[in-house]
Design a protein. Structure first.
Length: 114
């Protein structure tokens, strides 16, 4: 799995929870587990640079930053509620042998809030 980093065990990310990890190049990433679907977004809020993993994953797939209440779609990174105006980057995730692997480069979320 070239260009993917082993960052956590699947068991480290229980359903409904967030986990902050760091890629080998120092990029912070926020893992989420929404109803058994594991994914990864940028680990820092685009509004005020607070750790997204300290936030809340809502049942509808919204990740809320607890500092100022900015909300993002966990799958696309798109802003769902301001004060953030820039989407979170989204990373590819693979699961193999009970481990979570995250791609080394973020995909362009291509979503911005008006």
């Amino acid at each position: 799995m070239r260009d993917f980093a082993d960052v956590a065990s699947v068991a480290d990310v229980p359903v409904g929870e967030l986990l902050g990890v760091t890629l080998p190049d120092g990029v912070p990433v926020c893992l989420y587990n929404r109803d058994g679907e594991l994914g990864a977004v940028g680990g820092v809020c685009t509004h005020a640079e607070f750790a997204m993993s300290a936030g809340v994953l809502h049942a509808d797939g919204t990740i809320e930053c607890v500092w100022h209440g900015a909300q993002f779609d966990c799958r696309t990174g798109a802003v769902r509620r301001q004060p953030a105006t820039e989407a979170l980057p989204v990373f590819d995730v693979r699961i193999e042998g009970g481990r979570v692997f995250v791609g080394s480069a973020a995909r362009d979320a291509g979503a911005r809030s008006a």
